[in-house]
Design a protein around this ligand. Sequence first.
Ligand SMILES: NC(=O)c1ccc[n+]([C@@H]2O[C@H](COP(=O)([O-])OP(=O)(O)OC[C@H]3O[C@@H](n4cnc5c(N)ncnc54)[C@H](O)[C@@H]3O)[C@@H](O)[C@H]2O)c1
Length: 350
Amino acid sequence: MLNVAVVGCGRWGMNYVRLLHELPQARLVVSCDTDPLRLKMVQERFPLLSVTDSLDEVLSNRWIDAVIVATPASTHYEVAKRVLLAGKHVMVEKPMTTDSAQAEELTFLAEEKKLTLMVGLTFFYNSGLYKTREIMEDPKFGDLYYLHLTRTNFGSVRNDVGVTWDLAAHDLAICEFLLGRQPEWVQANGATVLNHKLEDVVFITLGYLGGVMANIHVSWVCPNKVREVVAVGSGRRVVFDDAHPTERVRIYEKGIASAKEEAESFGQFRLLVRDGDIISPRVEPTEPLRVEVEHFLTCVAEGKTPLTDGNVGLQNVRVLEAIDRSLQQNGIRVPVATLSKTETRLPVAA
Ligand SMILES: NC(=O)c1ccc[n+]([C@@H]2O[C@H](COP(=O)([O-])OP(=O)(O)OC[C@H]3O[C@@H](n4cnc5c(N)ncnc54)[C@H](O)[C@@H]3O)[C@@H](O)[C@H]2O)c1
């Protein structure tokens, strides 16, 4: 059984505390947070758990094999680096870091030390997204025309990163999962309607080899909570609505009728528009975060490379950086740097 610690017990980190409390493959040794109020909340909910406000205490505990980092994005690099330097496996939340040089450094450090480094890109562990990809791979789906992704809600506004690094990090991971490749270029426009210097509304376009495009809209100031991915193919369309309680995936079997068939009344027009079945296939009701944590524990125990390893996290950060560059230059098209096997390795900083 692996001994694990959670660092950062805020809104999201509490989910890790709960899961590690439940999973038989691991023992949650200690939960760490710099905020005493959060530690009090952990203790109220899990009275038998040990808590600490000291990362040093976690890192010097030789019984701890692995650490899950769920602190704010701007602290991921520093905390994860200290965990790796202490010789412990690490799973760090998305975005992996706020700078690609830091993400590269962590990746090389983990390799050097032969430690597992995994990034919490949760959608790689989401059964609804697997179902969506399965539908897109079916020949009936046809050629992919484009993807459209929406991730909006009212809050929670972060102070250390803008909405792109907070929410679009998920959508970029979804695009990578569905398309199996990185965008060639990005274009983005955004606004800071809350006036706190960081974008809270962003519209992003990604361009892929072969002309496929993806469009992402993320916002912290939209009244509707939307978590939707639409894939439009020549034969079918598929909608993955992660917030839908019962129909997370819907297949639209047939699209808009050909121009030859002209409607003579509004009723007939509606019939022509919807002239195929809409099917909602069964999706495994698994909790993505549980699947993700189980995968991390398996990778650590068996020395396997995680599905979302440092390289996947690094590429995610590189696309986020390209989006930032486009935002800073009024939406110009910015090429995305991609990983190459021959890339020069950075020295590992101690
Ligand atoms: N994968 C997902 O679906 C998902 C969803 C939500 C959040 N997240 C990620 O999880 C992370 C945390 O998000 P959140 O919503 O819980 O934020 P939060 O602000 O609610 O919690 C962060 C916690 O970390 C603590 N903290 C800060 N610095 C620390 C340090 N150096 N050592 C120990 N504790 C420290 C804070 O006191 C706070 O309690 C973020 O990186 C976010 O991007 C991921």
